[in-house]
Design a protein around this ligand. Structure first.
Ligand SMILES: [Zn+2]
Length: 62
């Protein structure tokens, strides 16, 4: 798997990004794409909160 430039959000074969010139740390589990996971978790929490609100609202108005 290639390295990943977080500045440009693109894969890069060498150790230095040829678009922005940033040095790139070798790809690993720890520097993957955590912000996407955070967004996914936040979206899931908001969705679940909305569903729970709907269920409570349905029970109250039944
Ligand atoms: Zn870059």
């Amino acid at each position: 798997m290639a390295n990943w430039c977080e500045n440009c959000d693109r894969p890069e074969e060498s150790d230095v990004c040829e678009v922005c010139g940033e040095e790139i740390a070798p790809a690993s589990i720890h520097n993957g794409v955590p912000w996407r996971w955070r967004f996914f978790i936040v979206a899931s929490v908001v969705y679940l909160g909305w569903r729970i609100y709907q269920i409570i609202s349905w029970i109250v108005h039944k």
